[in-house]
Design a protein around this ligand. Sequence first.
Ligand code: CP3
Length: 354
Amino acid sequence: AASHDPSPTSSPSPSESILVRAARGEQVPHTPVWFMRQAGRSLPEYRALREGVPMLQACRTPDLVTEITVQPVRRHGVDAAIFFSDIVVPLHAVGVDLDIVPGTGPVVAQPFRTRADLDRLPELTPETVPDITQAVRQTVSELGATPLIGFAGAPFTLASYLVEGGPSKTHQHTKALMYGDPELWNDLCARLAQISGAFLRVQAEAGASAVQLFDSWVGALPRADYLRFVEPHSRAVLEGVADLGVPRIHFGVVTGELLPDMAAAGADVIGVDYRVSLTDAVARTGGRYAVQGNLDPALVFAPWEALEAKVRDVVEQGRQAPGHIFNLGHGVLPDTDPTVLTRVVELVHEVSAR
Ligand code: CP3
């Protein structure tokens, strides 16, 4: 499967890569493409490496992190790698008792509900995560000209896992805390913003060429609540890393109503899920932001002709933005056929070539 050399010797630096230039809205020879959750369960070579290794342990073992991060670049020839980790890794690193349960997701031993629980969220410093610095450094070196995207969870999405104690469709305890004790909610999110921002900084300082802030579940909120309870904290994270000079991508699911606010919170690139067309996303954000997205991950299971037409349509709509990074509208589904993803990469490169 190793058909793409991730580190050609005579190539430019990843900070001048096609992905970074598209994020800045500069002219690029073709549309860059990567896939959320490209490093993971859809790849047999990933499953082989993970055999008998719990998820959190894998995330804290630099050699495994590097190999898993590079696997999809070798296989698919994507234009970026996403750092193999999880949004709860920085929480685990500061001492929160949690686990990532296969088939379920993050589970927190004692949910966060009271002011006393804030004591369980100390600051994150580079000294908290030396393994992450090491993993990023050696991954960047292995990737050569291919840029590495660092990431973190945004305060709302992290708070939801902490307050609910695990995944939730309703976010009922989170919303109850938000409305019942706004002061505690704000203090909780301020701590999470510090942790999230510091985790992004560690990755960028170790060599990541772009960062993505995942506010996956914030689409559960109406706009007024987003602006009042969430936006200031996400803004603190994004503005807090502005000095690093790496493009900042801001993404959530079912966030069609929030796109203008999420873009204005300090993003360079707005991530678009598959429910909103890129044309509408560009219009809603005033044509001022690069966009990332947004092929429905389920369409990878459709007949090739239908999928091909959809990929061409997404590339075409992306031309209306100052810059476009092709991606799925959410993560790769676990039983995706990876050979189809490789074909999508080739097609995006071919039809977008200038
Ligand atoms: O390829 C990549 O995108 C890099 C790695 C990555 C993982 N998680 C690995 C992972 C990234 C970027 C994440 C981010 C993440 N984690 C998000 C934001 C992205 C999104 O999907 O909206 C969220 C909400 C989480 C929390 C989380 N962790 C979930 C929902 C799950 C899946 C639960 C399941 O098993 O269905 C996890 C576990 C997880 N994170 C896995 C991987 C590869 C599966 C772990 C395993 O092998 O058991």
